[in-house]
Ligand binder design. Structure first.
Ligand SMILES: *Cc1c(COP(=O)(O)O)cnc(C)c1O
Length: 364
């Protein structure tokens, strides 16, 4: 069965605090001004100045020779896999990685590769685990051509790969003759949290991308970067997949605006996530994973409520968060939620959980 997104019911109570995802931000008035003022051209023909400006900035920021503008992060991941790999190749990635769990099987459907999932806490794995997955090169074994890492890890709780641990696995992959790709959907969250410049953090990656819709406030857009040869080959896949655009500068301008105004403030989202985690930890039955960035994962098992039930009840009070497992919830901070919104969210969680006990008492 295919899940078709449903429109909200007119009868749903208004949303007071939306912690569902950092993708749910709305472009600000100032961002829309920047979009309206953008100089544009035909991106597919290579003459959109706003797209060029964004790609040049991103190449410099990431320390890579070339970059390309794409509509979504998923397309960045898939074009990277298509460019690095051939049919029948094997990609190594964490078991919880977005390319395995959330891209509709695209690595198999499009690139014809198999992706082997590696184990490890918080969406990360160590060199020993990686090396244990290496196969002796032979006619029998699939060619292992690509290692993929996420920074920050999404289902790993928004964790940040420490630079030494990251470089160790990237080096080991290179030593094994593989290319390395970083899913940097939330790379700038990692950069801000760790205080490591982006170009240093991704120095060991042959390709890397950043999403402008994850907490950076843009309506669409992602930039994939790598060597000149990589980006040139990637352009053929961009064309084939219908990712070559026209007056895309309108959207690139929003992304450039986000680089100017919405990166350093990610530290506020991280502070709000810590405040939310502290508040949730005080609620009986809720176990919270310590947030490193803007994602707060929590376990509802101790409340006796599946995460889905808690989400429904919270929604009835105007609070949204996402459900990531039977008892696993995820609340995500972003630029449309301030410290007061976090307090409201904690109050809603508290009153929903308090009400849990009530029917049992009145039934006695
Ligand atoms: C959101 C996300 C993606 C996909 O990005 P889209 O822009 O939604 O296609 C890929 N990887 C990670 C880790 C993500 O969080």
């Amino acid at each position: 069965m295919v899940f078709i997104p449903q429109r909200p019911n007119a009868s749903d109570p208004p949303i007071r605090v939306n912690l569902y995802s950092d993708t749910q931000t709305r472009p600000s008035a100032a961002m829309k001004q920047a979009m309206m003022a953008a100089e544009v051209g035909d991106e597919q023909h290579g003459d959109d100045p706003s797209v060029h400006a964004l790609c040049d900035r991103m190449a410099a920021l990431l320390g890579k020779p070339a970059a390309m503008f794409l509509p979504t992060g998923t397309m960045c991941n898939q074009i990277a896999i298509l460019t690095h790999c051939r049919h029948g190749d094997e990609v190594l990635a964490h078991r919880s990685s977005h390319i395995i769990t959330s891209e509709g099987g695209a690595p198999g459907a499009l690139a014809g590769v198999m992706v082997t999932g590696l184990d490890g806490a918080r969406g990360q794995f160590d060199v020993d685990t990686l090396q244990a997955a290496f196969r002796a090169r032979s006619r029998h074994a699939p060619p292992q051509t690509l290692l993929e890492v996420e920074q920050t890890t999404n289902f790993g709780g928004g964790a940040v790969w420490p630079l030494d641990k990251l470089d160790a696995v990237l080096d080991a992959a290179h030593a094994n003759g593989m290319k390395t790709h970083m899913d940097g959907a939330r790379l700038m969250n990692a950069v801000v949290a760790a205080g490591v410049p982006a170009h240093e953090m991704v120095a060991g990656c042959d390709s890397v991308w950043l999403d402008f819709t994850k907490g950076l406030g843009a309506p669409l857009g992602a930039v994939l970067a790598g060597s000149e040869e990589f980006i040139e080959a990637a352009w053929r896949w961009k064309q084939r997949l219908g990712g070559a655009m026209r007056q895309a500068g309108i959207c690139a301008a929003a992304c450039s605006y986000a680089l100017d105004h919405n990166v350093l403030r990610l530290a506020d989202d991280h502070a709000n996530a810590r405040a939310l985690a502290r508040g949730l930890a005080q609620l009986e039955g809720i176990t919270v994973e310590e947030p490193e960035t803007n994602l707060v994962f929590f376990d509802t098992a101790g409340t006796g409520l599946p995460a889905e039930r808690l989400a429904e009840q919270a929604r009835a009070h105007g609070l949204m968060f996402s459900v990531m497992g039977e008892h696993r919830g995820r609340a995500c901070t972003h630029l449309d939620v301030d410290a007061a919104g976090i307090e409201t969210a904690i109050d809603i969680f508290r009153s929903v959980l308090a009400r849990q006990g009530e029917p049992a008492r009145t039934n006695k």
